[in-house]
Design a protein. Structure first.
Length: 362
């Protein structure tokens, strides 16, 4: 007996069809029946046609289940069954191809990893075009075999926390493309954790700015720079201003504040009103000297003249030691003091001569 040839059965079909190649010669009076056993065990049968074909109504068939088909020969009271053929009812699922079949997943570019790092970072240059619905992730395989997974951002970069990594550790990194039920890996990049670069300590010396010399006897000098118009001062802070403030004290250490003298104009008064010319200025605690030179009625103190109203234009000289330093006057300061006394003496002599000539005239 020949086995039946069953046509393909798919989900939803309601017939089973096929054909049988009968062996020849067929005994006279023999007929053939095709029997179909359904998944629930019920049977359907039909007589085989003279052309060797058959078609049996079965009701709706469900995909994924089997249907058995068999040919039975009858002759009188005798019968003989042929081999049984089991056919799977096709679920008739749509044919889907893997969208990643022809897509090449680019391997990652991994940034250097050094001892103590706790992240693995890098980038992926994704090949274009990317199949619709495809996503990417980066998998880091640590030395102990465990895996850490991170996503690739819109710029193709990734950063994955790994815990502390040690020098000479071997870290493997790969990119995995996913699309539906399909996945595809890139080539694996292996990175050895390097030693941490100790780096170089930068060094440099800052340069401070020295102060500018004072002008016109007004400003002291920082760091010992000479002033102009005869005023010198060593202050390391700020020099005195205006000639009247000769000393500002030493801010760091000791030093002499600026010194200088200003002269007045020619006086016309007579009479000795304030003692000798050029006495020490009692109001100047720093030892500055008044040099009343030839001004109208001269100086208020130490000038010669009898006018009760003083219009002298002389000023204090910022000469003297710093109240904080305790240093002796410099050589230039001594010379300036002598010159001041000399100027006052000359002024006194001039006034005396005027007085004598005035008496003679009278």
């Amino acid at each position: 007996m020949a086995a039946p040839k069953v046509d393909k059965i798919i989900d939803g079909d309601t017939k089973v069809t096929g054909s049988v190649d009968l062996n020849q010669p067929v005994p006279a009076g023999t007929t053939f029946e095709v029997v179909v056993t359904l998944p629930d065990g019920t049977q359907k049968s039909v007589t085989l046609g003279a052309d060797g074909k058959f078609s049996i109504d079965t009701g709706t068939l469900t995909g994924g289940k089997y249907v058995d088909v068999q040919v039975v020969a009858h002759n009188g009271e005798f019968e003989k069954s042929g081999p049984k053929v089991s056919v799977l009812v096709d679920p008739n699922l749509p044919v889907v191809t893997n969208p990643l079949d022809n897509y090449v997943v680019s391997p990652p570019v991994v940034n250097p990893i050094v001892d103590g790092d706790t992240k693995v970072t890098g980038s992926v240059d994704l090949n274009q075009p990317i199949p619709d619905g495809t996503t990417f992730e980066v998998v880091v395989i640590l030395p102990d075999g465990s895996e850490k997974v991170g996503m690739i951002d819109a710029n193709g970069k990734f950063s994955i926390d790994t815990g502390k990594l040690n020098k000479d550790d071997q870290v493997k990194v790969k990119v995995v493309a996913k699309n539906g039920q399909y996945t595809k890996d890139s080539n694996v990049v292996q990175v050895t954790v390097g030693a941490k670069d100790a780096g170089n300590n930068g060094g440099g010396n800052g340069n401070g700015n020295n102060g500018n010399g004072g002008t016109g006897g007004n400003n002291g000098n920082n760091n010992g720079n000479g002033g102009t118009d005869g005023n010198n001062g060593n202050n390391n802070g700020s020099g005195g201003t205006g000639g009247n403030n000769g000393n500002t004290g030493n801010n760091s250490g000791s030093g002499n504040s600026g010194s200088g003298s200003n002269s007045g104009g020619t006086g016309t008064g007579d009479g000795l009103s304030g003692g000798s010319a050029g006495g020490m200025n009692a109001s100047n605690p720093n030892g500055g000297s008044n040099s009343g030179s030839l001004g109208t009625d001269l100086m208020q103190r130490g000038a010669v003249g009898s006018s009760p109203t003083s219009t002298a234009t002389g000023s204090q000289a910022a000469s003297g030691k710093s109240s904080n330093s305790g240093l002796l006057p410099k050589a230039g300061e001594k010379t300036l003091g002598v010159a001041s006394i000399g100027a006052m003496l000359l002024a006194a002599v001039a006034v005396m001569f005027k007085k004598i000539f005035k008496r003679k005239d009278s």
